[in-house]
Design a protein around this ligand. Structure first.
Ligand SMILES: CN1c2c(nc(N)[nH]c2=O)NC[C@@H]1CNc1ccc(C(=O)N[C@@H](CCC(=O)N[C@@H](CCC(=O)N[C@@H](CCC(=O)O)C(=O)O)C(=O)O)C(=O)O)cc1
Ligand SMILES: N[C@@H](CCS)C(=O)O
Ligand SMILES: [Zn+2]
Length: 755
């Protein structure tokens, strides 16, 4: 049979990490925000970073002359790039957004009383985009030429690239709008895509990549038919300018979702790792190399898929999504176990896999590379630690009721007696500001410049300061402040068996901020207690209750790269048992409240409705397994920092935590209504202080939020706390805000006492 290689015969990727191999873009952004470099220096640093990436992609074997290389590289966020490109200024800032970087930072970071655009998770990933704010008066035009400029810039670097932009259906589906449905603005938005395409065509472009993942997700606010219609209109507008369209959906199963668009586009890029190929014989970019994990591709299996497809329709090799979700380069890791390294592929290695697969489809098989892939797959399956008998036996022998605590009424009674807290108790979510001094001490300790005892003393001094500060502020339930944690997931991974942490594996989380997701490669267990020392130390310094602080199983999985050889639910249960061991040790050390954070519970919610019940069953089950061993008198808290409470209200109830703190300040306590409607009957702390902004909440603002809360939630259930941890805040604003919070709680307490 004949095979056809599709539009990108040398293979293509759908996006590449943009933060820089050594986080050059982070440093440039933060230097510019600090005023240490001017606009010209920032632009030069950003340009150099983009060009270095293009050169790297060419060196790795992608073709430079046929639009195989995507051209993007946002300063801050790719959805913000679309907002700026089409001049979709938020209504509240109309006429007040300056041109250039100042305007970009105003939208991204806010200034004074002008809040930034809201940040929210990009689909089911740990990347946050800036939510477009639209209204009935929003007009779109080609207001900014950055996308064209970057195409031209790539050309100067010798690359005839493929400009990438979020497509109109996804842009509108992910936007919010006052008084209208964003999708109803499509007729206005689509012509702006046409104008962009004309400008790109004039600059010599041949292809445009429209990212339309909304087509494979079930999102509120638009039907599939509406999304398809808008995506079609966007593609047709681009084609009308003489350009070819690559419609990139990625992120799940495109089958049954994109077929009606086949005649409107020139190729569709689909995720064949998490989904299957759409029906039809139209050209595909077959996403056989995983864009979201770090495991080496099984090249034999991928090649089989590609050969099968390319005998039936024009097929180019690609990644399943943009590679922005994985670190740059495995070669930068010098301390990972060699055997583990042989199983892995970061972005650069994935590009090489794409190139090798494209060559193989064309008949040029790199035998050594294929043999190495085969060996890695086999070695991983048999390696010690991937299956740990003790972990497996423990899970297999779980008794009936291993996920159940005593009834809440009984726990509540015992906890009230044990804790003796005032009504409307005040607390924080766990972290206090991670000062530069702490991070520098940790870096010096890692480099061997500060010994372990010296580092430990720096941390203990910080715990002392944080406890004293909380006592002085008059908070009721104290925390140790988490100074020992580089990150709330990585720190746990570093103390569990079955995980490996990277040195340079940074992945952008938002703007200039990144995390280093750990690699969960084997069966998970906890060799010894690792939080008890810090929390018990804090407790030894005060007569108030100190809350132990753990990260929950779902969040540990969501923010790591997780093994793909068993169901996530099985892995979650292993992590749960490791956490259960830590809770038992905290209790033995006299800790009476333990918080188990699950901020990623919503993030991992499948994009497709039909997959949600099974997910909620295993995720809630893992949390319950982690916490069910706690004595009835031990108060279990959980924390979720997002405001879409409605979507998972039953799951939150199912967690059976005694107290749940949840983000609420930014949405002005919108969650209290669904809480009331649900008849939620356990402790709840709707956040009253928005920690995403340096703003200090004023007394009357806090009073109003608390009045809303006390109006809807029974007094005996209500807690007073910020929205989330304080690690990204500075001390000045933290102290001022917490002072106002404690005072507002005291006023609210008086008000409820007289009822
Ligand atoms: C709550 N959030 C988290 C998410 N995911 C996580 N894995 N963790 C989270 O907390 N997802 C949802 C949100 C996302 N929010 C954030 C918030 C903040 C950050 C952030 O601040 N990231 C830091 C890096 C944090 C870290 O790992 N620090 C390390 C290393 C610090 C470092 O860069 N050291 C320097 C040397 C020290 C120096 O001289 O200053 C170096 O290595 O070069 C540590 O503390 O040890 C960031 O800067 O991006 C991310 C997501
Ligand atoms: N305990 C963590 C939760 C963040 S979601 C913190 O306070 O930073
Ligand atoms: Zn949080």
């Amino acid at each position: 049979m004949t095979t056809t290689t599709g539009p990108f015969p040398g293979g293509t990727i759908l996006g590449y990490p943009r933060i820089g191999r050594r986080r050059e873009l982070k440093r440039a952004l933060e230097s510019h925000w600090r005023g240490a470099i001017d606009d010209a220096a920032f632009h030069e640093a950003a340009r150099a970073n983009r060009v270095a990436d293009l050169e790297r992609l060419v060196a790795l074997g992608l073709r430079a002359d046929d639009a195989s290389i995507p051209v993007e590289a946002a300063h801050y966020d790719h959805v913000l790039d679309a907002t700026l490109t089409f001049g979709a200024v938020p209504p509240r800032l109309r006429g007040r957004v300056p041109a250039g970087l100042a305007g970009e930072w105003l939208l991204a970071r806010g200034e004074g009383d002008d809040a930034p655009l809201e940040m929210t998770k990009w689909l089911d990933s740990n990347y946050h985009y800036l939510v477009p704010e639209l209204d009935a008066d929003t007009a779109f035009s080609l207001a900014d030429t950055r996308i064209v400029d970057r195409f031209v810039e790539a050309g100067r670097a010798g690359v005839h690239g493929r400009p990438v932009i979020v497509g109109p259906a996804t842009y509108l589906a992910l936007a919010k709008a006052e008084g209208i449905r964003p999708i109803d603005l499509a007729d206005r938005l689509v012509p702006a895509y046409g104008a962009l395409a004309e400008a790109l065509a004039a600059a010599g472009a041949s292809w445009v990549q429209l990212d339309e993942p909304a087509l494979v997700a079930d999102l509120d606010g638009a039907t599939l038919e509406e999304l398809q219609a808008v995506a079609r209109a966007g593609a047709e507008a681009v084609r009308a300018a003489g350009l070819q369209v690559l419609l990139h959906v990625g992120h799940g199963d495109a089958a049954g979702r994109v077929e009606p668009l086949a005649d409107a586009v020139d190729a569709i890029a689909v995720d064949l790792v998490r989904g299957s190929a759409p029906a039809g014989d139209g050209p595909l970019v077959a996403g056989v190399v995983h864009g979201r994990n770090v495991w080496r591709t099984d090249l034999d299996a991928a090649l089989d898929t590609l050969r099968w497809l390319s005998e039936r329709r024009p097929t180019s090799v690609g990644t399943s999504t943009s590679l922005q979700h994985v670190p740059h380069d495995l070669a930068a890791e010098t301390s990972l176990d060699e055997r583990l390294v042989s199983w892995l592929a970061f972005a650069d290695q994935k590009v090489e896999e794409v190139v090798a697969l494209a060559a193989a489809v064309a008949g040029d098989v790199d035998e050594a590379r294929f043999a190495a892939s085969r060996a890695a797959v086999a070695d991983r399956a048999a390696a010690p630690g991937v299956r740990d008998g003790a972990v497996r036996e423990r899970l297999a022998a779980l008794p009936a009721g291993a996920r159940d605590r005593a009834p809440y009424a009984e726990r509540d009674e015992q906890q009230r007696a044990a804790l003796d807290l005032p009504p409307l108790p005040t607390t924080t979510i766990g972290s206090f500001p991670q000062t530069g001094d702490i991070r520098v001490a940790r870096a010096r300790n890692a480099r061997g410049e500060l010994d372990d005892a010296g580092y430990r003393e720096v941390l203990r001094a910080e715990v002392r300061r944080v406890v004293e500060l909380q006592e002085e502020l008059g908070l009721d339930v104290l925390v140790h402040g988490e100074p020992e944690r580089n990150d709330m997931v990585q720190y746990f991974a570093e103390h569990f068996d079955g995980f490996a942490a990277t040195e340079h594996g940074w992945v952008q989380s938002y703007g200039s901020r990144a995390t280093r997701p750990s690699i969960l490669w084997g069966d998970v267990s906890r060799p010894e207690a690792f939080t008890v020392e810090w929390i018990a130390y804090a407790q030894s310094l005060t007569s108030k209750v100190v809350k132990g602080m753990l990260t929950g199983p779902v969040t540990i999985l969501a923010w790591s790269f997780v093994r793909d050889d068993q169901p996530l639910g099985d892995t979650a249960d292993q992590v749960a048992l490791a956490l259960a061991d830590e809770i038992a040790d905290l209790e033995a050390a006299g800790i009476r409240i333990v918080q188990v954070d699950e901020p990623a519970l919503r993030e991992l919610l499948p994009l497709r409705v039909e997959a949600r019940p099974a997910y909620l069953a295993w995720s809630v089950g893992a949390f319950r397994l982690a916490t069910a061993g706690a004595a009835p008198a031990t108060q279990i808290h959980t924390h979720l920092c997002y405001s879409e409470f409605n979507t998972v209200v039953d799951a939150i109830d199912g967690l059976d935590a005694d107290v749940t703190s949840i983000e609420a300040a930014r949405s002005k306590m919108e969650i209290v209504e669904p809480l009331q409607a649900h008849g939620y009957g356990r402790g709840i702390g709707p956040g009253v202080y928005d920690i995403h902004s340096p703003r200090v909440p004023a007394a009357d603002e806090l009073d109003a939020l608390l009045a809303t809360a006390t109006g809807a939630i029974p007094d005996r259930l209500l807690w007073v706390n910020p929205d989330c941890g304080l690690k990204t805040r500075g001390y000045d604003e933290t102290v001022a805000s917490l002072r106002n919070l404690v005072e507002a709680a005291a006023r609210a307490r008086e008000a409820v006492a007289v009822r």
